[in-house]
Design a protein around this ligand. Structure first.
Ligand SMILES: [Zn+2]
Length: 79
């Protein structure tokens, strides 16, 4: 009885492991949006204190190990 349960669990675990995405293409990260400033002189959107900047743009923040974080811009249609 006990043995059956264990083998069932092992089987379920193998099945679930098989459903995992390929770790080499799966990224652990978070998607966030932010406004950006172009820093062009005279740009109304980036005017100090008033402008909101451009965007929002989407950024995928991915841990690259060594406590570093890579920030990858994501086109809106791929969000
Ligand atoms: Zn601007």
């Amino acid at each position: 009885m006990m043995k059956d349960t264990v083998s069932q669990l092992l089987q379920a675990r193998r099945r679930l492991a098989g459903q995992m995405p390929d770790p080499s293409i799966a990224l652990a990260g978070s998607l966030m949006s932010r406004m950006i400033r172009c820093n062009k002189p005279g740009c109304r959107s980036c005017e100090k204190g008033k402008g909101k900047g451009h965007g929002p743009i989407w950024i995928l923040s991915v841990s690259a190990g060594n406590q570093r974080v890579r920030q990858i811009p994501v086109p809106a249609h791929l969000k």
